[in-house]
Design a binder for this molecule. Structure first.
Ligand code: 5GP
Length: 240
């Protein structure tokens, strides 16, 4: 059915299609896995389905907890209906433990617990490799957000972190870090957009320290499909 619709945008892991209502879009989750800004690529059967289901559970939970998001409902195995938004070209990263780029940047070991969640922003721009920026770059140089909008997004990221850290803890998983994006709808409201799946966060199984996220693909650690399936099963067992 998705093939019959007009494609509005074709991303690395998802495509957007026109919905029946002009204020909405259909987000289609592809089976493609990419890392290092598209340098490493693979097609993994059912990855789209798994991320669609995981992200739908997480967004439903966040909505229930009062977070404003673009998510309306999951439509089928690979697609969901979302409110149409203009994406703010910033990646908001929140870290509870040192890992990934932060570990590399600072020469610190992965797994060091931070005294409080650390927030970062990057400019969402593939050609520039999503550079790490600061608030002044975002508000004054790029002018992609106002000071008030930026403060609101940071506050939302911290709230999302609190909610999801507690949620994943119930499944025996530590939320190490994550990246989220926000969009602005027709009414000017800022909504959590994009997705929340093992593609954009780090999840470590507490009992085993096993990586349950895209690092298994980035670092060739494990089977990505089995890993994402385990995350989905753990979330489904919560019966939210
Ligand atoms: P790092 O900055 O350590 O590479 O990433 C921090 C967190 O944000 C990780 O959970 C990582 O998966 C996520 N992240 C950072 N940049 C991107 C990106 O461009 N795309 C996606 N999907 N996730 C990202």
């Amino acid at each position: 059915m998705i093939e019959k619709r007009k494609m509005l945008y074709d991303g690395k892991a998802k495509s957007l299609y026109e919905a029946d209502n002009d204020d909405e879009v259909i987000v289609y989750y592809k089976d493609e896995a990419t890392a290092f800004n598209g340098v490493k690529k693979a097609s993994i059967k059912n990855k789209g389905l798994l991320n669609n289901k995981i992200s739908s559970i997480v967004f439903d939970y966040l909505i229930e907890q009062g977070v404003k998001t673009h998510f309306i409902k999951r439509l089928d195995e690979k697609s969901q209906l979302c409110k149409k938004v203009t994406i703010i070209p910033l990646e908001f990263i929140c870290r509870n433990q040192v890992a990934g780029a932060m570990a590399k940047r600072l020469g610190m070991a992965e797994g060091i617990k931070l005294d409080k969640p650390i927030l970062e922003i990057s400019y969402k721009n593939d050609e520039l490799n999503d550079p790490f920026i600061n608030d002044d770059y975002a508000t004054t140089a790029l002018k992609v957000v106002t000071n008030e909008q930026l403060a609101y997004c940071y506050q939302q990221v911290l709230e999302i972190n609190k909610l999801l850290e507690a949620l994943f803890l119930k499944t025996g998983i530590s939320l190490i870090d994550f990246k989220v994006e926000f969009g602005i709808d027709k009414q000017g409201a800022i909504l959590l957009a994009d997705e929340f799946s093992p593609d954009n966060c780090r999840l470590w199984e507490i009992a085993t320290n096993r990586r349950l996220d895209k690092d298994v693909f980035r670092r060739d650690l494990d089977d990505i499909k089995d890993t994402y399936q385990l995350v989905l099963s753990k979330l489904e067992q919560l019966n939210l």
